[in-house]
Structure formats: structure tokens, C-alpha cells
Design a protein around this ligand. Structure first.
Ligand SMILES: Cc1cc2nc3c(=O)[nH]c(=O)nc-3n(C[C@H](O)[C@H](O)[C@H](O)COP(=O)(O)OP(=O)(O)OC[C@H]3O[C@@H](n4cnc5c(N)ncnc54)[C@H](O)[C@@H]3O)c2cc1C
Length: 359
């Protein structure tokens, strides 16, 4: 479905600059470095610009090319919709050395491999993945979205936010080495099964960390809560409640020992070995764009959607980790399938004569 652009690309760039300077209710502006890059777009625009959006309005721009975004793009293409998936390249799935809970892969699958297969699938149905960052989105005339990438401007009728979350990491000397050895984990739902009966250390400083340790205790009674600096809550009652074991001090250093175990040194100088460490500090949802559009978030900062993946803002959908739900690949795929189908059905309703498959 094609419509010509209502206004020129240069107008958008100009509007963005004026808005940032004069309008306090404007969307959250780009970072200083992003502003530098936007200035670059301006210059290139005067010279004729980089890749244009082709003069078309896309049915959907998907922000984020992790499992959620790639699935959404593939579904929309299979509904014969025009779509662009834009990805800044920091999918959490890329950090998965080998996942053993993705259905259909009994021997496990590396996150990078899974993403490559999903990209291949998207390309096979004529989908476009573009490696860029969406800096800003504005709702313009006729309810269209002007989506400002670092190097390009896109126009779309619908948006799907699949921007994911970022794991919080403890600031602990030696942690990089432990992570490189594959001894630092982030997601007990994903891989606790692989550590059944092992000695597990859970690095935390809040009730969230204690809850995660309690979850892991189901897989191994030899699970220990390891406090790190910056304690946020009074933890003793929760630790007692869950009958957890706790190391007698605060972790100061971690390393990999000769037996390829994680070795934690406490502030009292004592050392403790673990088969694996879990970082249990929670995550930060990537919602800067959602907030700039006025999308409603929950108390954890994740996007609230209805059963069809619709956010509180018309024609803005969301899927994957950035939505309030279990942070899992299977969930991200499910969200994306539902939201993409909802977008297709909505477009079919709006533009009379389109087909409307059963849900
Ligand atoms: C170490 C680790 C191991 C895991 N193991 C498993 C496992 O075994 N099984 C399982 O089911 N799950 C696992 N997970 C969780 C799984 O990775 C996530 O649930 C999944 O990646 C979520 O997909 P997503 O598409 O929502 O987000 P992501 O995969 O995080 O993708 C989001 C994408 O959006 C992009 N983005 C964000 N903002 C912008 C922007 N403004 N412009 C352009 N692009 C943007 C990011 O760069 C990123 O590429 C693991 C996670 C980690 C960290």
C-alpha cells in the first residue's frame, strides 16, 4: 500500500531542530552525539540526502531487530505489508552462547545463529532490515509517523517498538573474565536447568536478587546469595523467608580459578567457589522512544499493551522484552506474531476491500 510523503524530509529535520529549542513539551531529544549526527543529515540533505525513504509511506516501521522485531517483520511481509525493521545491533539474544530452551532445538542453539536464521527468513520474504538507530519519532499530519533514523527519514502508518531491555551489571573487578569463561549468567528461567545440583552464587543487592536466588534454589539447594555493594533493601527477612544461604560479607572481587570455577573474594578476605554466578540486578527497559510518544509504562518501566500488542497510543504496538511479560525468546515471538496480525487486520479494516483472515 503506497501513499506519497505529505511533507518533505528537510521539513522534518528543520521542525526537529526548532522543536528541541522552543517546545518544552517536545519528545525527549537526541543525545549530544546524536545531535551531531543529525546535523550531518542536514548537510547531506542539502546535497540531495542519503537513501531516501523512496517517497512511500510504509505500513509499519519496526524499531529493533532482535527476535521480536525480526518475527514482526517476517509476519508483516507475509501479509504483503511494506515494512522496515531498524536495528541498532545490541540484541540480548546475541549474548546467548547456547540456549537450550528454544523449542525445536534439542541440542541447543546459539543466539547469534538464531538471529541470522531469522534475518534470512525476513529477507526471503522481501523484508528490509536496516542497521541504524531510530533517534526520534514524531506523530505528524494524518496520524503518520515520521521516524528519524541517524541517516534516514522514514514515514509509516504504524509503529512496532521491539527495543528490548538492557541488563544491569554489577561493578565488580574481575567480572569480565568470569563472563568470558561463560560462568556469569543473567536469566535463571533460560538456563537454571543446566545447573541443577551445582553450587550457584547469586550476585544481588535488593529484594529482586533474593527472589532470583529463591527461584534458583529450586534447582540446587547449594544456592548462595552473594551481596554486592550498594544494598537497596533490608534483605534479612527475605533471606530467612526463602531459607537461603548467604555469604558472610560483601563481594569485592571475582575471578576464574584453576578448576574453571568462579571464585568470589569477600571484604573479609575469605574466598568462595561457585560453579556459576548469576547477576540478579534486574534490567532497564529501552523506552526512550516510547516515553517520547507518551506511551503508558508500568511501575517497572516496561510498556503496557493489550492482548493485541497495542499500546496506549493509537497505531503504536510493542513486542518482546520491552513489554510487561516474561523476558524470553518464545514470548517475544508470540508477542510479535500477535501484534503483526493486529496491524494487518487494522490496515485491512481501514482500507476497505482488504482481506481479513480469522484470528
Ligand atoms: C545472557 C542471556 C542469555 C539468555 N538466554 C536465553 C535463553 O536461553 N532462552 C530465552 O528464551 N531467552 C534468553 N534470553 C533472553 C532473550 O535474549 C530475550 O528475551 C530476547 O532477546 C528478547 O528479544 P527482543 O527482540 O525483545 O529484544 P532484543 O533481542 O534485546 O532486541 C532489541 C533490539 O532493539 C534494538 N534497538 C533498541 N533501541 C533501538 C533504536 N532506538 N533504534 C534501533 N534499534 C534499537 C537493540 O539494538 C536490539 O538489537 C537471554 C538473555 C541474556 C542476556
Amino acid at each position: 500500500m503506497k501513499t506519497s510523503i505529505p511533507r518533505r524530509r528537510a521539513d522534518f529535520i528543520t521542525d526537529r531542530r526548532v522543536t528541541a529549542a522552543n517546545d518544552l513539551t517536545a519528545p525527549i531529544g537526541p543525545s549530544a552525539s546524536a545531535r551531531g549526527r543529525l546535523a550531518m543529515i542536514d548537510t547531506q540533505d542539502l546535497l540531495g540526502g542519503p537513501q531516501a525513504s523512496g517517497g512511500d509511506v510504509l505500513d509499519c516501521v519496526v524499531v529493533g531487530g532482535g527476535p521480536a522485531g525480526l518475527t514482526a517483520g517476517m509476519y508483516l511481509r507475509r501479509f504483503h505489508r511494506t515494512v522496515r525493521v531498524v536495528d541498532a545491533g545490541s540484541s540480548r539474544a546475541r549474548l546467548i552462547t547456547r540456549s537450550h530452551n528454544v523449542a525445536g532445538f534439542p541440542d541447543g542453539v546459539a543466539g547469534g545463529h538464531l538471529l541470522e536464521k531469522m534475518k534470512q527468513h525476513l529477507r526471503q520474504v522481501g523484508g528490509h532490515l536496516c542497521y541504524d538507530t531510530v533517534e526520534q519519532i514524531r506523530i505528524r499530519d494524518a496520524g503518520l509517523f515520521a521516524v528519524g533514523l541517524t541517516h534516514e527519514l522514514l514515514w509509516a502508518r504504524n509503529l512496532m517498538l521491539c527495543t528490548g531491555v538492557k541488563d544491569r551489571l554489577p561493578e565488580l573487578p574481575g567480572l569480565d573474565g568470569v563472563a568470558a569463561a561463560g560462568l556469569l549468567r543473567h536469566c535463571p528461567v533460560c538456563d537454571a536447568f543446566e545447573f541443577t545440583g551445582k553450587r550457584i552464587g547469586v550476585l544481588g543487592n535488593s529484594k529482586h536478587g533474593v527472589k532470583e536466588a529463591a527461584f534458583l534454589r529450586h534447582f540446587s539447594k547449594d544456592t548462595w546469595f552473594v551481596e554486592i555493594d550498594g544494598r537497596l533493601d533490608d534483605l534479612s527477612a527475605d533471606i530467612d523467608l526463602h531459607r537461603l544461604r548467604q555469604l558472610p560479607g560483601v563481594a569485592r572481587h571475582v575471578a576464574v580459578n584453576h578448576d574453571r570455577q568462579a571464585f568470589v573474594t569477600l571484604d573479609d578476605g575469605s574466598g568462595h567457589r561457585f560453579d556459576v554466578l548469576y547477576a540478579a540486578l534486574g534490567v532497564d527497559p529501552r523506552t526512550q522512544l516510547a516515553r517520547s510518544l507518551g506511551v503508558v509504562l508500568d511501575e517497572n518501566g516496561t510498556i503496557v499493551t493489550d492482548a493485541h500488542g497495542r499500546t496506549s497510543v493509537s497505531n503504536v504496538y510493542a513486542a518482546g522484552d520491552v513489554v510487561r511479560a516474561l523476558d524470553q525468546i518464545a514470548v517475544a515471538l508470540g508477542h510479535a506474531a500477535i501484534a503483526a496480525t493486529a496491524i494487518h487486520n487494522h490496515l485491512s479494516q481501514v482500507h476497505a476491500g482488504g482481506s481479513r483472515p480469522a484470528r
